[in-house]
Design a protein around this ligand. Structure first.
Ligand code: 8YV
Length: 321
């Protein structure tokens, strides 16, 4: 019997492909560092039964219209702001994502960025590497304490809650803002609900954990940074589009806020001449929130299981509703 065809838009490790090949004919864009060319993705959409896409692939109307026999598109990420979910629904194409498996890993990196910005880790690492460490002095590379400070989490989903759990371990005062109240986080973590403005004003660390939607796009703008404390550190591991990057750069440059830890940017990837990389008070990483071996394998396994379930006529594990 002929096996269904699956097109994978980025090179996957061989052991993962093996699982996919047990139930499908697999074709794959196999250049490690290059996004799958749009024309190829459009062409494969015509002939495949399933697609495995990345955040960098636009699953928009054009792509969905090109799908002739595609039953499922498994997006290798928890976020799906690259997907026109409503239009996929209209076309009867199932979209899946990879929630849960990356929650703790992304929360770890969020905390790492928060602490790196607070304790000026990248500056300090560069300082020692450049041979500048000639003596000890009382205020050399003095940063800010994290413990007992106030963290404000904007977006209390699974990852937000996992960040709050870590903050509790540091005896932090936890504030959050969300579309709806999270009574569980309030009871178990002592998190306090605040309006967006109140949270900005009261937090030492403002952490953006909200998905990118039409409501959250650009919510961290000049006005928001102005409301924050001058000592505040802004951390973003969700989506760069929630921030007006120009305003963030100006706020960091002009001392409106003290620092930032960023894993995501408005237009990724950013290049070495990006203004954010010229700032000493910003720690920047190349969107590696979920990038551990364990978690990336779990995300790939989740996507493959979703594809398998749908192609076998079953319900997917983690559909985007
Ligand atoms: C991934 C992410 O690193 O899951 C998401 O939404 O942003 C990250 O986990 C990335 O999206 C991989 O495609």
């Amino acid at each position: 019997m002929e096996m269904p065809s699956v097109f994978v838009a980025r090179k996957l490790p061989e052991e993962v492909l093996k699982a996919l090949r047990t139930f499908a004919d697999v074709e794959m864009w196999d250049k490690e560092d290059e996004v799958c060319p749009r024309d190829l993705l459009l062409e494969k959409a015509k002939t495949s039964d399933a697609l495995l896409t990345m955040l960098s692939d636009q699953v928009d109307k054009e792509l969905l219209d090109a799908c002739e026999g595609v039953k499922v598109i498994a997006n290798l990420a928890v976020g799906y702001d690259n997907v026109d979910v409503e239009y996929a629904k209209e076309k009867g194409i199932i979209i899946t994502n990879t929630p849960d498996v990356l929650t703790e890993t992304t929360a770890d990196l969020t905390f790492l960025l928060l602490m790196s910005a607070a304790r000026r880790v990248t500056e300090a690492a560069a300082y020692i590497k450049e041979g500048k460490w000639t003596s000890w002095s009382p205020m050399l590379l003095a940063g800010a304490d994290v413990h007992h400070k106030t963290i404000g989490i904007v977006g209390m989903g699974n990852i937000g809650r996992a960040v709050a759990k870590r903050a509790k371990g540091f005896d932090m005062n936890i504030l959050y803002h969300n579309r709806s109240r999270d009574t569980e986080a309030e009871e178990s973590l002592g998190a306090e609900y605040r309006s967006f403005e109140d949270l900005l004003q009261a937090s030492d660390f403002v952490v953006c954990m909200t998905p990118l939607t039409s409501e959250t796009k650009g919510m961290f703008d000049a006005g928001a940074f102005k409301k924050m404390k001058r000592e505040a550190i802004f951390v973003n591991t969700s989506r760069g589009g929630t921030v007006v990057e120009e305003d963030l750069i100006a706020a960091l440059r002009n001392g409106v806020i003290a620092g930032a830890g960023l894993d995501v940017f408005e237009n990724e990837p950013i290049r070495a001449d990006h203004p954010i990389l010229q700032l000493e008070n910003a720690v920047a990483l190349p969107h590696i929130g979920s990038a551990t071996r364990e978690t990336r394998f779990a995300m790939m396994a989740c996507s493959i299981e979703n594809i398998k379930q749908v192609l076998e006529g079953e319900k997917p594990l983690t559909p985007v509703r």
